[in-house]
Design a protein around this ligand. Structure first.
Ligand SMILES: [Zn+2]
Ligand SMILES: [Zn+2]
Length: 442
């Protein structure tokens, strides 16, 4: 074995796609994290600063710059350093690299403390490494130094890629090591700098404050625009007309294949909820399409098929909302309560699981539905043979791999109870099981 081998394991989704204002919202549920095989030996506990002695191991004490020049490891001493574990064969890595380059370029003139990134490659060969490295403006451990790459992977318990480990200068405390740099860069971009625990607390606090003060109007209006689009026309309806209603913010786009399947489902649920609420004076439900379509024509033709409202095409609000709600893939449905506060970001799963019964999507409502589902699950067979899979499937509750999953039969998100293949991880909704009789041994 002459390199770190990473087991292909595309079925296991560890994290979802992450999105940022620069990055386009992509298809839903592309795995963004590739897991390494679990290590069999315990990694040694060494203090955080020892990473420099690992870097300066076998082939001399230098790193490679973007132009291939040798840079002394000691140059890192006073800097905040991001160890970037990545490989060019894995799309979530290259996607994150683009984002990190953007952040790096904004920080590169920051002198005190300085910021540097060191690429720790999991590429398959030297050519792949060189190609990938040439796209990066920062330093890299020479590809030949397998020992250093391995030692760092072990030392920082890196379990998959992309991973960004951030180390503070002059801090020997392991507590100062930040291991979820990828998440932080996706979430806060350059704002996360200098990546100290204090800074992160501050950002969290700010975010909480924003969410506490959230209103429909500060979410949906922008710089003088205080209306949304409605049919026919489109005509304009004031944002104030939505106050007091339960609102679904529907992040979607015509080009998105999962949305192609989900939108009709959402429409039918929308009509049902509207029917249920007919005649009620104090309650109403509305959906607002938040489009990431790539041009106006696509937006217009897609919106024409929808019975609800929309934020105008390309309005700056769209990017702000995606960032604010940390939308990591589309389609996505965020539900706001009559007071304008967030009720759930799991609208899509809830619609898939409970259809119109999910309304009004509150914790109380979902709690009742979950109990009902547990009751139903009690009556289901413990194991099933499903026509779409050759192994026997076992009924598993949430927490047994039955947490959030993608149903292999209908390709939609599932949550809670699932029929799972204990051999290969294949999972389907209980409602999607197509039982087949199978004699033992066949
Ligand atoms: Zn299904
Ligand atoms: Zn199987």
């Amino acid at each position: 074995m002459d390199q770190i081998i990473i087991e292909e394991n595309k079925d296991k989704i560890i994290k979802n796609t992450e999105e940022d204002e620069e990055a386009e919202i992509d298809n839903s549920f592309i795995p963004v994290y590739h897991s390494f095989p679990v290590k069999d030996e315990d990694s040694q506990v060494v203090s955080a600063q020892d990473y420099r002695s690992i870097l300066a191991s076998k082939d001399g004490d230098f790193l490679l710059s973007s132009t291939g020049a040798q840079v002394k490891v000691s140059d890192l001493e006073s800097k905040i350093v991001g160890l970037y574990f990545s490989a060019n064969w894995y799309p979530p890595c290259t996607k994150f690299t683009d984002l990190l380059i953007n952040v790096y370029q904004q920080l590169k003139d920051h002198s005190d403390p300085g910021f540097e990134v060191v690429f720790v490659s999991s590429d398959e060969d030297l050519d792949a490494f060189n190609t990938y490295k040439s796209s990066m403006p920062w330093l890299a451990i020479p590809f030949s130094d397998l020992d250093a790459r391995r030692a760092l992977t072990q030392k920082f318990d890196v379990e998959g890629i992309p991973t960004l480990i951030i180390l503070q200068p002059n801090s020997n405390k392991d507590a100062a090591v930040i291991s979820d740099g990828v998440e932080l860069v996706y979430r806060y971009g350059v704002q996360a700098f200098p990546f100290t625990k204090e800074r992160l607390e501050e950002l969290k606090e700010k975010e909480k404050e924003k969410h506490d003060n959230q209103t429909l109007s500060n979410l949906l209006t922008y710089d003088g625009r205080d209306y949304l689009l409605a049919h026919p026309g489109p005509k304009q309806v004031p944002v104030t007309s939505l106050m007091g209603k339960t609102i679904g913010l529907y992040f979607s786009a015509q080009w998105c294949i999962p949305a192609f399947k989900f939108t009709p489902r959402l429409m039918s649920v929308y009509q049902k909820i509207k029917q249920q609420l007919e005649g009620k004076e104090d309650e109403d439900f509305e959906i607002v399409f938040v489009s990431s379509d790539r041009d106006q024509v696509q937006f217009v033709t897609y919106f024409e098929t929808m019975p609800w409202l929309a934020v105008p095409y390309d309005d700056p609000t769209i990017k702000n909302l995606a960032k604010y709600f940390d939308i990591r893939g589309i389609p996505s449905l965020v539900v706001l309560g009559p007071d304008g506060k967030t009720v759930t970001k799991q609208g899509r799963s809830l619609i898939n699981l409970y259809k119109g019964n999910a309304y009004p999507f509150t914790k109380t409502r979902v709690g009742i539905l979950e109990k009902q589902m547990d009751e139903v699950a009690k009556g289901l067979p413990k194991t099933e043979h499903h026509s779409g899979h050759r192994h026997e499937l076992t009924l598993v509750p949430e927490g047994h791999g039955g947490g959030a999953f993608i149903c292999c039969d209908c390709d939609e998100q599932g949550y809670g109870w699932a029929y799972q293949c204990l051999e290969c991880g294949y999972e389907v909704h209980p409602k999607c099981i197509k039982p087949v009789a199978r004699s033992p041994g066949s």
